[in-house]
Ligand binder design. Structure first.
Ligand code: R5P
Length: 281
């Protein structure tokens, strides 16, 4: 077994190879003069782990090309961050089910697929090959333990992320709650923990994705007003679109943490060992 990664997932692909105690295959990435993408892979093995987060259109095309370059091997796909997964249904007539379109396209040529904290597990059924999802909730929890916070309060930004936050909190037996939104007026919303006051506490807001950072920035500003001692933000997939990282800092977040499913300067823990476990099964 060898591991190969798209340009966006070079570091994680190498970490997965290290965890599997195997080699990573090098790839030359370039473009034709008209802008089309070109890849040329080193020698594949009989079994290949192909790692590629879909962070934009180019990374999707590179993933498709790498699978084709490894034709003839038993290809096992790893999509650490699956962009387009949030459009998992038609919200209005005329829209595509983007998650399904992408899942079907990338299933071809591989035997299994592993995703990480996919937006909704129903997307797994869109693949035409067996697909499983792994969660990094415990890994976030283990990272928070290294931060040596004083009895932190783990907070989900909404009810939908409460189960994820509970799984994070379980790693350190910390308190856990989720934020509740109350509409005060037409354009004013108050966010506060549903049951546990944040006053005087170190609070870690956890979510699967930070995209614009809007949700967590609003929550942080309100928690600081409610007397939270320090606010941290931890997620699996750090998209940080449109200046999100700076927005979070301005909102008073002491530290922003994400994994390496999308490789960032603040990627402080890795998805590699969790992915390796599924590949060994
Ligand atoms: C939503 O379903 C996700 O779990 C995140 O809460 C969301 O993507 C965060 O978005 P933003 O960072 O733009 O507020």
């Amino acid at each position: 077994m060898k591991v190969i990664g798209t340009e966006a997932s070079q570091i994680l692909a190498s970490r997965i190879a290290d965890a599997l105690k195997t080699a990573v295959v090098d790839v030359r990435f370039s473009r034709f003069p008209d802008g089309e993408l070109y890849v040329c892979s080193g020698t594949p093995d009989d079994e290949m782990v192909i790692v590629g987060s879909i962070v934009d259109s180019d990374s999707l095309v590179q993933l498709l090309l790498l699978v084709d370059a490894c034709e003839g091997a038993r290809n096992r796909l790893v999509i650490p961050y699956m962009g387009y997964a949030r459009q998992d249904k038609r919200f209005k007539p005329g829209e595509p089910i983007s998650a399904r379109a992408i899942a079907l396209a990338i299933s071809r040529g591989s035997t299994t697929c592993t995703t990480v904290n996919i937006h909704d597990k129903k997307v797994l059924s869109y693949f035409s090959i067996p697909a499983i999802d792994v969660s990094l909730a415990t890994d976030i929890g283990n990272h928070i333990r290294t931060m040596e916070l004083d009895n932190p309060l783990i907070l989900a930004p909404d009810d939908g992320a409460a189960a994820f936050a509970l799984a994070v909190a379980t790693a350190g037996r910390w308190d856990c709650d989720h934020l509740d939104k109350t509409r005060i007026s037409g354009d004013e919303v108050r966010m506060a923990p549903k049951s546990l006051p944040a006053g005087g506490r170190q609070v870690v807001i956890v979510d699967d994705i930070i995209s614009t950072g809007g949700t967590i920035a609003t929550a942080s500003a309100m928690l600081r007003k409610q007397g939270a001692h320090e606010v941290y933000a931890a997620c699996v997939h750090g998209i940080f679109t449109n200046g999100a990282y700076a927005r979070l800092k301005v909102a008073g977040i002491k530290e922003v943490i994400c994994s390496d499913t999308i490789e960032r300067g603040c990627s402080q823990y890795s998805a590699a060992s969790r992915i390796m476990e599924t590949l060994k099964q």
